[in-house]
Design a protein around this ligand. Structure first.
Ligand code: ZN
Length: 479
């Protein structure tokens, strides 16, 4: 069995195997062969959800890839290029803490063929696709390495909660000790683990072969929680955790807007989300503890519909997308808050911004299989008037608080437009433009700890004010 062979494939034998074993080989772009394409840049985006390798070139690349089982490796042949220094840099760009890639080798396998062999830390489902030039990018070849069992957002949230609970006594040793609180999230986890596994749980992929698998969608409920948790107390039915989904915009290949000093939107919004998470995790609503869930907690790209799916998977009570965009003129300034609109945008600026945000998938890089197109379409057709009304209330509460910290408001009321990321039909959802990163003064503010703290305080107060007027319903996490 070749999957048991530990050494790298020898050149000719491997090539024959690639050609002979038709079922093991994925062919991409067979109609198009790039002659003399040159690699201009390589990037690696490691994350728990998936690790991505991007190979940027001045022409479209043709590839074949082969997954080998034991030890797990992925071999990728790129045809029509020469090994050059830009491509060699890939070796040094893999970090030791990459969840999926242990290391890689790259070599000129034949006069026109460069082979990259990835040594993997675990078996993966690779998703390989090409992206046409967009924004500042030329052609991109994208290799996404997904785990065989998709990361379940709910399980991640539970793990984080248990981790924090474990470290809490040490961190709060100065405080008077209280009876251990009921752990509603633990109870939720227990209930979920006892639920029968969904019928449509995908069969595990064959160990040695991954033939163009549909990309696992991290937020589908098909991923069962397998390990029963320690449950110490039975919470009352109303004692449930309040979950706020925080959605730092952009990430990975999509930097978002870039300020005059080079500040990247994706970095700023993640910092603000972290500050807001700290506050949320220390707060409660009507005696119910709050918990923040981040749709991304690292510098990698999350497609817009996956952000929505993740929030729905954890049954978030609120969804807050955080941005700091640029405008066409550096004079534009001020914070603004947006809700979804079903019937046209409330202003041309709102429409412009929604269009810009909805471009994120193209820049960030998404390959949609037919299944995902359907999921996305179905999801985005479900927006409701009730959700929009609640979102407007949440947005208004936040705008009032942002005004309170002395920040300028771009518009005095919540604006509306067709933002794809706000389309969770059952979760009040707002998009906060914290400031214009294209404005030199606001860029400086966004970079400062003081302003980020003020902003996080204001958003937190807005969330609490919303809940004070619209108490969370008891229903959503009662299974
Ligand atoms: Zn943005």
């Amino acid at each position: 069995m070749r999957r048991g062979r530990p050494s790298p494939l020898s050149q000719d034998a491997a090539r024959r195997r690639l050609l002979k074993a038709g079922s093991l080989v994925l062919l991409l772009g067979t109609a198009e062969i790039a002659r003399g394409a040159t690699i201009v840049a390589v990037r690696v985006w490691p994350a728990q959800d998936y690790s991505r390798i991007t190979i940027e070139s001045d022409g479209r690349l043709q590839t074949q890839q082969l997954v080998v089982g034991n030890p797990p490796r992925l071999a990728v042949d790129i045809t029509g290029i020469q090994l050059n220094p830009a491509l060699r840099e890939l070796v040094g760009k893999v970090k030791p803490d990459d969840p999926y890639i242990a290391g890689l080798r790259v070599g000129q396998n034949a006069p026109e063929v460069v082979r990259i062999v990835f040594d993997l830390k675990q078996a993966v489902l690779p998703q390989v696709f090409s992206l046409a030039p967009v924004a500042a990018y030329k052609h991109r070849l994208v290799l996404d390495l997904y785990p065989q069992q998709a990361v379940d957002p709910l399980e991640s949230l539970i793990a984080e909660r248990l981790r924090d609970a474990g470290s809490a006594p040490a961190a709060r040793s100065g405080e008077p000790s209280a009876a251990p609180p009921a752990d509603p999230l633990g109870e939720l986890m227990a209930r979920r683990s006892m639920r029968p596994a969904p019928q449509d749980t995908p069969a595990p992929a064959p160990p040695a072969v991954a033939a163009a698998p549909a990309r696992p969608v991290p937020a589908t409920p098909s991923t069962a929680v397998t390990r029963p948790p320690p449950v110490t107390a039975t919470a009352s039915r109303t004692d449930r955790i309040i979950i706020v989904a925080l959605d730092p915009g952009h990430g990975g290949e999509d930097p978002g807007a870039i300020g005059p000093r080079g500040t990247r939107e994706k970095d700023i919004v993640l910092q603000v989300a972290h500050r807001l998470r700290e506050r949320i995790n220390k707060s409660s609503v009507g005696g119910n503890p709050m918990r923040a869930f981040l749709t991304r907690d690292a510098d990698f790209f999350v497609p817009l519909h996956v952000r929505v799916q993740k929030a729905r998977r954890v049954q978030a009570d609120l969804f807050v997308s955080i941005h700091a965009d640029a405008f066409t003129t550096p004079a534009a300034r001020g914070a603004s808050v947006f809700a979804l609109s079903q019937h046209g945008a409330s202003s041309s600026a709102a429409r412009w911004l929604a269009n810009k945000e909805n471009q994120s998938d193209r820049v960030g890089g998404v390959s949609f299989g037919e299944h995902e197109v359907q999921v996305r379409r179905a999801l985005f057709d479900m927006s409701t008037t009730a959700q929009i009304n609640d979102s407007l209330k949440l947005g208004t509460a936040m705008l009032g608080e942002i005004k309170g910290i002395g920040a300028r408001l771009h518009k005095p009321r919540v604006e509306q437009a067709g933002f794809a990321v706000l389309k969770a039909p059952d979760i009040p959802s707002v998009l906060v433009e914290t400031a214009f990163i294209s404005n030199p003064e606001e860029e400086a503010a966004l970079r400062s700890t003081a302003y980020q703290e003020d902003l996080a305080d204001a958003l937190m107060r807005g969330i609490l004010r919303y809940f004070a007027q619209n108490p969370p319903l008891a229903r959503s996490r009662q299974l």
